[in-house]
Design a protein around this ligand. Structure first.
Ligand SMILES: [Zn+2]
Length: 55
């Protein structure tokens, strides 16, 4: 018999997917909510940071 150590799954009601990249945001990841939509902090930064600033 193999005892499989399962990762503890909880807070299922708090599962959140990023509106930008559609990847689930882990409970231990930083997230930001803007107008009721949740993003990874890094995705939110991308949305609000010019891709290539001039000069
Ligand atoms: Zn994201």
């Amino acid at each position: 018999m193999t005892k499989v150590e399962k990762a503890e799954i909880r807070n299922t009601e708090l599962k959140v997917w990023c509106e930008h990249c559609s990847i689930r945001i882990s409970p231990n990841e930083e997230q930001v909510v803007v107008r009721g939509k949740t993003y990874h902090v890094r995705c939110h930064l991308k949305l609000h940071t010019p891709a290539k600033p001039k000069s």
